[in-house]
Design a protein. Sequence first.
Length: 363
Amino acid sequence: MTAVTRADVEIALKGYVDPYLEKDLIAAKCVRQIRTENGRVEVDVDLGFPAAGYRDALIAALRDRLAALPGVAEAAIQVESKIVSHEVQKGLKPLPGVKNVIAVASGKGGVGKSTTAVNLALALSIEGARVGLLDADIYGPSQPRMLGSQERPESPDGKSLNPVIGHGIQSMSIGYLIEEETPMVWRGPMVTQALEQLLRDTRWQDLDYLVIDLPPGTGDTQLTLSQKVPVSGAIIVTTPQDIALLDARRGLKMFEKVEVPVLGIVENMSIHVCSKCGHEEHIFGEGGGQRMAAQYDVPFLGSLPLDIRIREETDGGRPTVVAEPDSRIAGLYRDIARRATARLSLRAKNYSHRFPNIVIQNT
């Protein structure tokens, strides 16, 4: 029997292009260890993104490739997710207790950004990550209702707040601190200050990802947040129609100006599914998000349908990802979540937490 070598194993692994990383695992530096002995091959893979729903398929694909090599009697694949901190804007440091901040934004309201943000946060949690969600819309907070959480957050020391837990994720919103119908009649600087307090005074507990549901638009509030909040990457939500795409482009340009990488574009309401007959129709146009992604050379993360169940379940405090975890729509959210965080995993890592703060004192 021909003895299999490490080089043979690497060649076989290079033949598999990961659908989320869009490159092979060797090139993506995800293969931690390769062992060959007496016809048995063992490969340890460390993915930089949560992948509970993809792990078994990846293991099967790699095992089939290795089993086909001459001299391989047995192939054992171990896949783990190890999520690390990634670089943020220059001059900013990552938040305590948070490895990565992902901003979910749109150029205009009404495109389903908040619904997308909560479902993506829940999808990341189901995929195996520790996740938080910050509702950054002071004027129209919606995440408490979407998460089915109405309790007030506790303050153990009178200065900071414990996040509210809903469906397994940590969350914070101005909506937890005021009555649901109370209008916030505040000017821009007050809004910015309130958001910074909500972000920094919340005792986030060991998060892999903090998803920030940004308010719609590209005004002073959004720009200030993008400059002051240490963001690892942004996701742009749009619909296929031209007016939404025009505003989404402004959002993308805003992140470019503040040097926040855009992880990709999500096209929401891409197709309407009739609840009576199942007929599908592109009522808002077709392919706009994909064309925008190609135009600006950013990833297209996926399309989501306009389906009444998404609205009903989110309004009822049980978003689709938790209400129907095995549904096709939940699968789309989970696929988008994996794709976005896989793109983030390829970016430069942040090592600032490894270095001590140096303080010079006169003695």
